[in-house]
Unconditional design. Structure first.
Length: 171
């Protein structure tokens, strides 16, 4: 499903069915990606391959810590918020792997349903995890607000959810 030389030369079953795949080096620079990643973020492949993870991350300060933990463990998964070329938040679920052949890769899945992220944040009891889930939910809400076809009723739901998340952040 993914293309290009680097990606084709490394057949990892964990990535085989993924539409959004990125490969990085140890310094967090992108070395290859699927066409889906380019479409998702709005960059051409050459533009994206001139970027680092921080360049497309909404929460830049979290990247070094998360990446170090990922390299140490050899795998990591969770939610994160990227930025597309226009600066819009792109909430994703990621599964990242350090493979035995040295490949550092991740499969992404865009979070489409803002309600799922919102509800996850509402039930989180751990303060640090709550902050992370709330950030993902707020990004999903902002993205949905900017999409065509968002009814006035849904926009009110989105505003209400935003207020609730901000209130949670203050407690």
């Amino acid at each position: 499903m993914y293309a290009l030389g680097y990606m084709l030369s490394h057949g990892h079953p964990e990535l085989a069915d993924a539409h959004y795949v990125v490969f990085t080096d140890a310094s967090r620079r992108y070395v290859d990606c699927s066409d889906g990643v380019c479409e998702l973020l709005g960059y051409t492949r050459p533009e994206l391959l001139n970027k680092s993870i921080e360049d497309v991350s909404l929460h830049i300060k979290e990247v070094p810590h998360l990446f170090a933990r990922y390299l140490e463990r050899g795998h990591l998964e969770g939610e994160f918020v990227l930025r597309d070329k226009n600066g819009m938040p792109v909430p994703i679920f990621y599964r990242a792997f350090v493979f035995a052949d040295g490949c550092i890769a991740a499969a992404w899945e865009p979070i489409q349903d803002w309600r799922q992220s919102y509800l996850t944040a509402l039930v989180e009891l751990d303060a640090l995890k709550l902050k992370q889930h709330a950030a993902v939910a707020l990004a999903a809400i902002k993205r949905r607000m900017s999409e065509p076809g968002c009814s006035s009723e849904e926009k009110q739901d989105l505003r209400d959810a935003t207020q609730a998340l901000r209130s949670l952040g203050r407690t």
